[in-house]
Design a protein around this ligand. Structure first.
Ligand SMILES: Nc1nc2c(ncn2[C@@H]2O[C@H](COP(=O)(O)OP(=O)(O)OP(=O)(O)O)[C@@H](O)[C@H]2O)c(=O)[nH]1
Ligand SMILES: [Zn+2]
Length: 290
């Protein structure tokens, strides 16, 4: 018997699929190559009351994956929003933040930047956050330990994915939004008798009938190998007005005379740090292995 469902958890090659009637099945995929992810809408064939095989995956509206020269891994499907969690301490890597922004832009997903632990003052972090607000990104100051309510209107109607370095407060946010989530995570690690599964599992939690949040502990670094040069330029939102105006058509915006992007860096219209990250990703992608 075939049924439609939603992948609500991914543990390596095993997936939990939620059916319309509320039941959750433990599923595997039929083909070896299929790379499903939390958020995928799938058709499953029931093999028992609790188990099934994923037969088909519906076309994805958006797809978030990480890639390097050798492989790519699907992280989340059909998300409409990425919440990047930073904190006033420990200090955060702007490189990771920018990679997340590039991934979001390249996939057509809205990015929201959260600065957590705002109860611990850090003027430098606040200033950095203001820079991203100036680029047009929605930024939120949060003290997740006290309350996460400020996030609810931002999450409404979206399937959001939570990303961030370790220690920024992602679990605190999830637990604040979903008090039951913590006990669920613990349950999983006890049943599988290994902490390993807990750390690599990706979960989709329903917030209400229109909103969900995906938590992926493995989502701490992004290779952006799959993004080509044109898409990369475009992913830097402040580059957009300048694209196409350089002297050379094939300008790499790294050293060429008549490069309007370099000129914008020199006149502080583009932050040097952002241009540096652009160059870094560009260089990584230039050493493609075919
Ligand atoms: N002062 C303060 N501490 C916070 C806040 N939010 C979280 N913390 C603390 O920061 C630490 C890390 O929080 P977690 O929620 O475990 O961070 P995480 O991002 O899930 O980290 P990983 O599980 O390693 O990925 C914990 O000790 C939290 O209690 C906050 O708003 N203010
Ligand atoms: Zn240029």
């Amino acid at each position: 018997m075939l049924q439609e469902g939603l992948i609500v958890a991914a543990y390596g090659k095993r997936y939990n699929v939620e059916l319309a009637d509320g039941r959750t099945l433990s599923c595997v995929t039929r083909g070896k190559k299929v790379d499903n992810a939390a958020g995928d809408r799938v058709t499953v064939k029931l093999t028992s009351a609790q188990e099934g095989v994923i037969e088909q995956t519906a076309e994805r509206d958006t797809l978030l994956y990480r890639s390097n020269a050798y492989k790519s891994k699907t992280l989340a499907a059909n998300v409409t929003q990425i919440l990047i969690v930073l904190a006033t301490q420990p200090s955060f890597y702007e490189d990771l933040l920018n990679r997340c922004l590039v991934a979001a832009e390249a996939s057509g997903i809205r990015a929201v930047i959260i600065l957590n632990k705002c109860d611990l003052p850090n003027p430098q972090a606040m200033q950095k956050l203001a820079g991203y607000a100036e680029l047009g990104y929605l930024t939120v100051q949060l003290n997740a330990k006290e309350s996460v309510e400020a996030l609810r209107p931002i999450l409404a109607g979206h399937t959001s994915v939570l990303v961030g370095q370790s220690g920024m407060g992602k679990s605190t946010i999830i637990n604040g939004l979903l008090p039951e989530a913590r006990s669920k995570t613990q349950e999983i690690s006890t049943t599988l008798d290994s902490g390993k599964h807990t750390t690599t599992a990706t979960h989709l939690y329903h917030l209400d009938s229109h909103s969900a949040i995906i938590d992926s502990p493995g989502l701490q670094e992004f290779g952006l190998y799959h993004i080509d040069t044109a898409a990369l330029e475009y992913a830097f939102v402040e580059f957009r007005p300048f694209i196409g105006h350089c002297k050379f058509n094939n300008c790499t915006h790294t050293h060429e005379p008549g490069c309007v992007i370099l000129e914008a860096v020199n006149t502080h219209k583009i932050a040097p740090g952002r241009h540096q990250i652009f160059q870094q990703i560009r260089t990584e992608n230039a050493v493609r292995v075919y």
